[in-house]
Design a protein around this ligand. Structure first.
Ligand code: FAS
Ligand code: PHB
Length: 393
């Protein structure tokens, strides 16, 4: 049995685990990251695309922001489109900040490179992971190339996502779960087609929601509302483009540029929070603790905010020997989590066809009319979308 001794054992090499590892490394705190999947898998998994300023700042702070600064697309607004007309929400004017469009798998590549440059251990393809001794002597058990390994640590950071083992290793009676499952999902595509807009377009349409995003000046990222269990076999490329064209159509003849579709998938939608985000010496961060519908582009950014707080709490504990910040981590993180849950639910409910009655459809249009004509309402959207400042919580 190979036993590795470290200060913080981190489960998961997603944005939460890798960013936490780098933040702690900058504070001189040793970590080991254990990842179930291969490096190739985590570096190519297509997920989020929008970084808040706070997240972008953290990547730069940990030495993983150079490529993002070169290749990321700075966006100073979005368009809300309904009844065949577009309305721009000006982030700079309303909130004084912007977002960066930069794919999550690129963030992962940059964080893995930064960790390698720091010479910090990162185990991919870890098998049979389990965690024990959460009350007093935390251990991460796993196999590395079939050989049993154990990490002896002071604390475990559960950054292993919604389907990980951290949250489910906590006794059920020690957790309160809040969950809302939506009656729809997103069919997402990557296409070799120039984005038809320089900013993101969120569309409310009677046929269903659609979103135009992008990955570069020649790669479009597009989503359309579908059933949560939609059968991709029923969606040949031609049908996807036809449906997207219908939902983005405007009175002045807007057309998407079409191209070869290189990736397609269906993502179900839920709002989920596990409280508290701690069990003795196990601390949850990111999707391991909470899930938001992707409409507000918050999942990745909320994970970053969690690990910013958690890294400060670990650093305080090692610096002072006190537990105060660690004791306050869950409550502080959850205050932001619920604000972001509310915004993500609001944007989702505002823009999606919920299968409700005609009243709900007319109410949505009235709320959209209010958002694009009230400076106060538009400011609230801009502030939430571009990200609540980390120091507000
Ligand atoms: P992650 O799930 O990213 O990472 C967890 C890591 O832990 C994974 O690498 C996993 O392999 C590993 N792991 C799991 N179990 C383990 C075990 N037992 N042992 C070791 N490792 C283990 N957010 C947005 O903002 N916009 C989007 O458009 C968007 N699209 C998404 C599409 C999909 C299909 C999914 C699933 C999520 C999407 N999200 C989106 C949310 C997503 O970006 C997450 O919020 C973000 O990845 C959260 O990061 P982590 O908390 O690190 O969790
Ligand atoms: C993306 O680019 O993948 C993206 C952008 C904004 C969202 C969700 C996803 O709200």
């Amino acid at each position: 049995m190979k036993v590795i001794r470290t200060q913080v054992g981190i489960l998961g090499a997603g944005p939460a685990g890798l960013l936490l590892g780098q933040l702690l490394h900058r504070q001189g705190i040793d970590t080991v990251v254990v990842e179930r999947q291969s490096r190739q898998h985590v570096e190519t998994r297509i997920r989020a695309g929008v970084l808040e300023q706070g997240t972008a700042d953290l990547l730069q702070r940990v030495g993983a922001g150079d490529r993002m600064l070169r290749e990321g697309l700075r966006h100073h607004g979005i368009e809300l489109r309904f009844l065949g007309q577009g309305h721009r929400i000006d982030f700079q004017e309303l909130a004084g900040r912007a977002v960066t469009v930069y794919a999550q798998h690129e963030v992962i590549r940059d964080l893995i490179a930064a960790r390698a440059a720091a010479g910090a251990p990162l185990f991919f393809d870890a098998g049979n992971t389990r965690i024990t001794g959460l009350e007093d002597e935390p251990r991460i058990h796993f196999t590395n190339a079939g050989a049993p390994c154990e990490i002896a640590c002071d604390y475990i950071a559960g950054c292993d996502g919604f389907h990980g083992i951290s949250r489910t290793s906590i006794p059920p009676d020690a957790l309160t779960i809040h969950e809302k499952v939506y009656p729809f999902g997103w069919l997402g595509i990557l296409a070799n087609a120039r984005p038809a807009s320089h900013e993101l377009i969120y569309t409310h349409h009677k046929r269903g929601f659609a979103l135009l995003s992008m990955r570069s000046p020649v790669v479009s990222r597009l989503y359309l509302q579908c059933a949560p269990d939609e059968d991709l076999e029923q969606w040949p490329d031609a049908r996807i483009w036809e449906e997207l064209q219908a939902r983005f159509a405007t009175r002045d003849g807007f057309r998407l540029e079409e191209g070869s579709i290189t990736q397609k998938g269906v993502t179900a939608m839920r709002s989920f929070v596990a409280e508290p985000m701690r069990y003795h010496r196990l601390f949850l961060a990111g999707d391991a603790a909470h899930i938001v519908p992707p409409t507000g582009a918050k999942g990745l950014n909320l994970a970053a905010a969690d690990v910013w707080l958690l890294s400060q709490a670990f650093a305080d504990a090692y610096r002072t020997g006190g537990q105060d910040q660690l004791d306050r981590y869950s409550a502080r993180a959850l205050r932001r989590v619920w604000r972001v849950q509310q915004f993500s639910w609001w944007m989702t409910s505002l823009l999606h066809q919920g299968g409700g009655d005609a009243f709900d459809g007319r109410r949505q249009l009235a709320e959209l009319d209010q958002v694009v004509n009230s400076r106060a309402a538009a400011t609230l959207l801009a502030q939430n979308y571009t990200g609540l400042p980390f120091d507000e919580f």
